[in-house]
Write a protein that binds this ligand. Structure first.
Ligand SMILES: NC(=O)c1ccc[n+]([C@@H]2O[C@H](COP(=O)([O-])OP(=O)(O)OC[C@H]3O[C@@H](n4cnc5c(N)ncnc54)[C@H](OP(=O)(O)O)[C@@H]3O)[C@@H](O)[C@H]2O)c1
Length: 248
């Protein structure tokens, strides 16, 4: 039996990397998926891949930082899908730099995308979740939100904020049958980490007990678990998927 049969999922940042892997994994497990990304080209491509798996898919080009655009997309998604069961807030960016040189613009872009974007998308679906007395919210945070990282003050703050947001959401919505959890990926091989120099990757590997960088599939598997019936009694948690990098 497919774990997400008859479920409808919305995945932000589904055009590439982790979001794409989550969208495809959910579809392989029986879900119909709404793919959101900044560019129409990427979300449409992944929606096409999902349709070839025999599932329904919708593509939306939405800037998650744009409150009006997110509210409009939320209404459109609910109108075309009828309902939504799972929301994965995955869209994210980095603008790395040392604190003393970090521009206001780089701070704002990262906080607006990684944190405010999740707030706006959650807000777009919270009323229908409350009405249907069910819903799964999965926020893609980062181990960097737990331990910090030199050169990533904006990113660390956004992901730590997202973890706090997850816990508040979980407490606020638990009585309505809605769960909210965060995943904290370590270093996963995507476009986001492709920019890292080889020496940096070698250095990183020294701190990963399982001895390899993560694959998008590793995060998709954990997201599937949190979305599945097996996770019905789990809320407000942060699950690190990082090869053992951070052990609390
Ligand atoms: N890779 C890692 O090692 C790692 C580790 C920890 C956490 N994470 C988190 O995992 C998530 C996905 O990362 P990734 O590595 O898969 O990144 P990625 O390959 O760079 O893909 C990012 C996705 O987010 C979308 N996006 C970015 N800004 C957006 C905006 N303003 N509005 C709508 N969509 C937007 C992009 O849309 P387009 O495709 O249209 O450009 C793309 O689909 C992020 O939240 C990231 O912080 C990643």
């Amino acid at each position: 039996m497919s774990q997400l049969a008859n479920q409808i999922a919305v995945v932000t940042g589904a055009g590439r990397g982790i979001g794409r892997a989550v969208a495809l994994k959910f579809a392989a497990e029986g879900a119909d998926v709404v793919c959101v990304s900044r560019t129409a080209e990427n979300s449409e491509k992944v929606a096409g891949e999902i349709r070839t798996l025999g599932r329904k898919a919708w593509a939306h080009a939405v800037d998650v930082t744009d409150a009006a655009a997110v509210a409009a997309a939320g209404e459109k998604i609910l109108a075309e899908c009828g309902r939504v069961d799972i929301l994965v807030n995955n869209a994210g960016v980095t603008r790395d730099g040392l604190l003393m040189r970090m521009s206001d613009a780089d701070w704002d872009t990262v906080l607006d995308t990684n944190l405010k974007g999740a707030f706006l998308f959650t807000k777009a679906f919270v009323r229908p979740f409350i009405k249907q007395r069910s819903g799964r919210i999965i926020n893609i945070a980062s181990v960097i939100g737990l331990i910090g990282n030199a050169g990533q003050a904006n990113y660390s703050a956004s992901k730590a904020g997202l973890i706090g947001f997850t816990k508040a959401t979980a407490r606020e919505l638990a009585s309505r049958g809605i769960t909210a959890n965060a995943l904290a990926p370590g270093f996963i091989e995507t476009d986001m980490t492709a920019v890292l120099k080889e020496e940096m990757k070698t250095e990183l590997l020294k701190n990963i007990p399982l001895g390899r960088l993560g694959q998008t599939e590793d995060i998709a598997n954990a997201a599937l678990f949190l979305a599945s019936p097996a996770a019905r009694y789990i809320t407000g948690q942060v699950l690190s998927v990082d090869g053992g990098m951070v052990m609390s």
